[in-house]
Ligand binder design. Sequence first.
Ligand code: HEC
Length: 159
Amino acid sequence: MNKSFALLGGLLAAAVIGTAAVSDGHANKAIEAAVKARQAQMSLYAFNIGLLGDMAKGEIEYDAEAATKAASNLAALAQLDQSRLWPPGSDNAALGTDKTKALPAIWTADSTARAKGMALVTAAVAMEQAAGGGLDSLRGAIGDVGKSCGGCHELYRQK
Ligand code: HEC
């Protein structure tokens, strides 16, 4: 089974079992740790796509090796198992908007968050192939990566 299949895979299962434990102190700590970890993962996405974006815009000089490294990082990050990063009860309604921007809609039965995560995997793997093949090749792949970030934020991240 492809690793990406596990991406956000715990979400639905966890949503079914999970919501009661939030008042427990240990659970609170675990939830806050998960929020920090997922925000850190997002920061690493941004850090790596940032380099590719700067090259695409011509703000820094294209460098095939550096581009490939950043794209490989992004693809690897996107394929990490995220099932512990999104525990139920870690949305912005439960924790407050100063703690997290994750919208409750991530955890509803009709959530497409997992599919959005898989779209990022697909785009990031394509970018990994494209990034070292010249600036035009990189430029051709970056739109889909950006759209996969934005497509999820649009629905599931508080503005
Ligand atoms: C599956 C949905 C999803 C995808 C795909 C996704 N994000 Fe996010 N992103 C979120 C959510 C939800 C939050 C809010 C998390 C929180 O505050 O707990 C977020 C937060 C962020 C943040 C703020 C982190 C912080 O420190 O608070 C950055 C930066 C970010 N995303 C960048 C990206 C980039 C760049 C990509 C694409 C390479 C991406 N995201 C792909 C859902 C997604």
